[in-house]
Design a protein around this ligand. Sequence first.
Ligand SMILES: *Cc1c(COP(=O)(O)O)cnc(C)c1O
Length: 379
Amino acid sequence: MSTERIFLSPPHIGELEREFVKEAFDTNWVSPVGPNLTAFELELAQYNKIPYCTALSSGTAAIHLALILANVQRDDEVICSSFTFSGSCNPIVYQGATPVFVDSETLTWNMDPVLLEEAIEDRIKKTGKKPKAIILVHLYGMPAQIEAISHIAKRYEIILIEDAAEALGSKVNGKHLGTFGDLGIYSFNGNKIITTSGGGALVSENKAWIEKAAFLATQARDKAPHYEHTHIGYNYRLSNISAGIGRGQLRVLDERIEKRRQIYDWYKASLNQSGQFIFLEEPKGYYANRWLSTVLFTNIQMGNELTREKVRLELEKHNIESRPLWKPMHLQPVFKDAPAYSNGISEKLFESGICLPSGTQMSQKMVTEIAEKIKRIIR
Ligand SMILES: *Cc1c(COP(=O)(O)O)cnc(C)c1O
């Protein structure tokens, strides 16, 4: 078959983005400083109803700077959701600190608050000190139990960093994810709900932190006519060109979220009747951006093959891209020595689930056809 490939989550760029980028070229603002950058930070902060924001070269860079602001140093421990992408926890290791992984609950697939508290208590008992920070991930745009987790972080006085890389625009009781914790991060990588071709942002209510992040992100240049340095800096700033793409994308973000939610509803309507699929529903008061539509198979195995692998490979034959859910970090070879508090839930999700094509240019017909193919494979 010579049909065009259907990707999992391709970029979706319009005319507005082109205009902002053209303006950057026309005015020669092509470096990591300029009007698009300033405006993008302001508009992103306004969208999320948070006062301070700095735009960076990636979500991973944003997490790294968040850890530096949290004063994470060599031999410290940082708690992180196990069920996530490695970008969430790699920066812990950049700081010479140790990640401590905490498993998921079944309501949102995100960090289990009960297990989190057990992990904190146990780390204090074993090491004599508190973990320095908690990195909480909102996976696939579904909010974690943020209120419970935020409460625990406050009680133990541990800095909470929200990894909302996949959850821009998701909310709990009307409040945007990324704004509950001490620091929040977003990603504008090419596959995220909006993109700057590559980029990220750090947000906070703490002005001094965001100013320091911007300082560190531009090689920590002290005020002097020459280059004077009292800190180790990083080259983590977003460019004014990329910020132009971001400004255009921000204006269609709510539209994109609506479409992603619709795609989820279409999959659910087509697949739900048979009882062979489990969908992740929104708990009351939760609003998910549905970055990727995901589904679990009730029969994890077909013969001696994982159902999700069978489905993935069959879809691949039709040039349709799908992907297993994230492989938990506590099962990754590179993190095999890291302390982990697991309950088997993320491992089971990894075995039984799949991410379905969720690009916002898909029609209802395309989504329904993919769903029909899946039903045929399962039968
Ligand atoms: C994409 C992603 C990141 C990293 O963002 P980049 O912009 O790609 O560096 C971090 N955490 C999660 C959960 C992500 O999905």
